[in-house]
Design a protein around this ligand. Structure first.
Ligand SMILES: [Zn+2]
Length: 318
């Protein structure tokens, strides 16, 4: 059984065969899950070249899109798993699970064994080690509190095939420089998503710079919307194991159109998948009517201002 720790990081791609077999086995023994996986997912493409956004229609994701904060007295979906759900230990304290409502043909949840809040800072090294272990086939992502996490009361990461997210395939970057063994760039995005791209061979270097960025961001914002930093983190690695981290800075969890009265309401709740360029809709009317200007407005609204991004960059000394 693979074991991950700060001293024993996974090799590039080491987890891929295990994850493929695991997904196949889960479908074999859980009919409902296999049927959900087989459901057709309609897609539309907006934009061309490196400006592509995919709109995807996933009716079974409605529960995730409209999920409310954990104040409601409901059970924890990651503690109370269905009897058919297979669990596999892939790190000392993490379990590999198949997401029961998959966004793509494969969609994993990697959950902390214990019921622990969705905060990543103490787990950055394990997170990057897991990302390298499942790369380059899969990308690993984390949705921070109020940044798209639908089960924010229980620490978990998710993994999907990397090519399904357009930003994993094509990225426009503005180079900012190197710091502590990490190459740092700013995402140059026509949709106004505000993100830094961090690239390094070193897990410790990445963990260190991210911790510094979290601290800078906490100090910068007069009042944080949550006790944790408002980020989506999307990680891939190339065949040599060099990690690429996209760190999206979030201003709010949902756009105002989510709360608008019908028929203006659009149920889009951006998390890492959306920030990565694939917008999930659970209602056909939303799937059909989203336009590029609407997407620009949604991404701009849920992202940091450019002014605040420049403050973060200045505080990093770049
Ligand atoms: Zn739980």
């Amino acid at each position: 059984m693979p074991v991950v720790s700060g001293n024993n990081p996974l090799k590039t791609g080491e987890l891929i065969p295990l994850m493929e077999d695991f997904y196949h086995e889960q479908k074999r023994v859980w009919d409902d899950f296999a049927q959900t996986c087989a459901m057709e997912k309609q897609r539309r493409v907006i934009g061309v070249g490196d400006e592509i956004i995919i709109i995807q229609y996933n009716p079974q994701r409605m529960g995730n899109i409209i999920a409310t904060p954990p104040s409601a007295k409901v059970g924890c979906f990651l503690c109370e798993l269905p009897a058919e759900q297979i669990k596999l230990t892939i790190a000392e304290d993490f379990l590999l699970l198949c997401n029961p409502r998959p966004i793509f043909s494969e969609h994993f949840t990697i959950a902390q064994r214990q019921h622990t809040p969705q905060t990543i800072i103490p787990f950055l090294r394990v997170f990057f080690s897991l990302a390298r272990g499942m790369a380059p086939r899969y990308c690993l992502f984390f949705n921070g509190l109020n940044s798209g996490a639908s089960i924010p009361q229980h620490l978990h990461f998710q993994a999907v095939p990397a090519p399904f997210l357009p930003l994993n395939l094509s990225l426009r970057l503005i180079s900012l420089g190197d710091k502590g063994g990490v190459t740092i760039s700013l995402l140059d995005d026509p949709y106004q998503r505000q993100a830094l791209c961090l690239e390094s061979d070193g897990i410790a270097s990445l963990a260190e710079i991210l911790t510094e960025i979290f601290s800078i961001t906490s100090n910068l914002l007069e009042k944080l919307p949550t006790p944790d930093a408002p980020f989506n983190i999307l990680v891939t690695a190339n065949a040599d194991g060099r990690l690429k981290v996209l760190l999206f800075f979030r201003a709010k969890p949902r756009p105002s159109c989510f709360y608008a009265a019908e028929p203006q309401r659009i149920l889009v709740s951006p998390g890492s998948v959306e920030m990565g360029g694939c917008v999930i809709t659970a209602r056909e009317e939303d799937f059909l009517r989203l336009t590029r200007p609407m997407l620009e407005e949604i991404f701009c609204e849920v992202s940091f201002s450019r002014k605040n991004m420049l403050k973060v960059i200045a505080a990093l000394g770049l």
